[in-house]
Design a protein around this ligand. Structure first.
Ligand SMILES: *[C@@H]1O[C@H](CO)[C@@H](O)[C@H](O)[C@H]1NC(C)=O
Ligand SMILES: *[C@@H]1O[C@H](CO)[C@@H](O)[C@H](O)[C@H]1NC(C)=O
Length: 387
């Protein structure tokens, strides 16, 4: 019996060992390759790049497995890698072409052949950069783009420091929806050199990358191109609010109102900044509404003034540019007395005069009518007497 007991224990041990062994060995056997032909392709969209690859060669017994790809990419110098898990064989995103683009990809395999575990391949890497031409000094400087009232885009820049007299710059732009990059058609010029661009109407160009390249040419030197990416809704500069009004109630409560700036920007996209002045003190506040209630600190204050400016709020954009300040609107405490003295009293006097004259006239007319009536009656009675 003891022998048999021992045998059974041994048998169990052997069984467990072999089972584990087979799992371990089969696990160790599964090796998957990284995707093939991984490359970064520039379609000429000034920063919007295609990352593409081919499926890896898979072991025979893994045809039924799920194959996914883990893609990581970044512009060199940027803080962190972006990670994408996908089953597709391509991916697109915007990159800053002033810098080197780095990407890597690996295969993730999972299924029966891996005993349900996820098996990863090694990384396949690719880089992309536009080989820098020309001196760094030849780049344009201080590029500044503003989308006025969400309608008119214009960009301006300063000439590079180290450019020869014959050098000139050109601006190209692209966004998703255009077949190819377009060249600026309406330049702002200074001494014959392009220092800015007025864009035409841009159809459905918001909430996506807007890509710009400003490069240049000169017979005697190479000009370093500059690349820019932004989203149009983030550089909107609205019009200042107008039709400001101040209503003072119970000599303490002040209601400030203004009109939403006209144009395509929805009412819900605004934030306003108010600069409120009461005699010599000034404070600043922001609001999402186009009015504000304020309490005067003293009902002795002689003058209450405010100005307001507008910007796109966080519900419609990540950023924005403040509009210019509106015209100033003031309320003067003294105005009421002035109104009383210079307007109300003379008005009341004139009204009284007019009433008096009307009454007199009416009275006179009554007397006149009575006289006529009396005469008529007299004539009538005369006639009766004759008959
Ligand atoms: C400037 O960039 C555009 C768009 O990428 C390109 O077509 C053009 O050839 C470039 N010009 C120069 C002088 O590099
Ligand atoms: C405002 O003036 C009234 C009388 O003119 C006075 O009774 C009241 O206390 C004043 N309020 C403040 C906040 O000064």
């Amino acid at each position: 019996m003891a022998f048999i007991h021992l045998d059974i224990r041994c048998l169990y041990a052997i069984l467990i060992c072999t089972a584990f062994g087979s799992i371990l060995s089969s696990h160790a056997e599964i090796k998957v390759n990284p995707p093939q032909d991984f490359e970064i392709v520039d379609p000429g969209y000034l920063g919007y790049l295609y990352l593409q690859w081919q499926p890896p060669l898979l072991p025979e017994n893994c045809k039924e497995c799920t194959v996914e790809y883990e893609l990581k990419y970044q512009n060199i110098d940027s803080e962190n890698w972006k990670t994408i898990i996908t089953k597709n064989l391509h991916y697109q995103d915007g990159f800053d072409l002033n810098k080197v683009v780095e990407a890597k990809i690996r295969t993730l395999l999972q299924g029966e052949c891996t005993n349900g575990l996820e098996v990863q391949s090694s990384w396949s890497e690719a880089t992309f950069w536009i080989s820098p031409q020309g001196n760094l000094e030849t780049k344009i400087q201080d590029m500044n783009c503003i989308y006025d009232n969400w309608q008119y885009l214009f960009c301006s820049w300063k000439l590079g420091m180290g450019v020869n007299f014959d050098a000139n710059y050109n601006l190209y732009y692209w966004y998703e929806g255009l077949d190819h990059a377009l060249k600026c058609a309406d330049y702002i010029k200074d001494n014959g050199k392009n220092i800015g661009c007025k864009f035409p109407y841009l159809e459905s160009a918001d909430y996506k990358g807007f890509y710009i390249c400003v490069n240049g040419s000169s017979k005697s030197q190479l000009i370093r191109p500059s690349y820019f990416i932004f989203q149009l809704q983030n550089i909107v500069k609205p019009l200042p609010p107008d039709h400001l009004s101040i209503i003072v109630k119970n000599s303490e409560d002040v209601n400030l109102q203004w009109n939403v700036p006209e144009g395509p920007i929805p009412e819900k996209c605004f934030i306003y900044e108010i600069k409120f002045t009461e005699d010599d003190t000034t404070w600043v506040a922001t609001t999402f509404e186009n009015e504000m209630y304020v309490t005067r600190t003293s009902n002795e204050s002689q003058q209450v003034c405010f100005i307001v400016r507008s910007k796109m709020n966080i519900y419609c954009s990540d950023d924005g540019i403040w509009s210019e300040w509106s015209n100033i609107q003031c309320w003067r405490g003294g105005i009421r007395k002035e109104v009383l003295y210079f307007f109300l009293i003379p008005f009341a006097f004139i009204l009284f005069l007019v009433l008096l004259i009307t009454c007199l006239l009416l009275y006179k007319q009554k007397v006149l009518l009575k006289m006529i009536f009396h005469r008529k009656q007299e004539v009538f009675s005369h006639q009766e007497a004759l008959c």
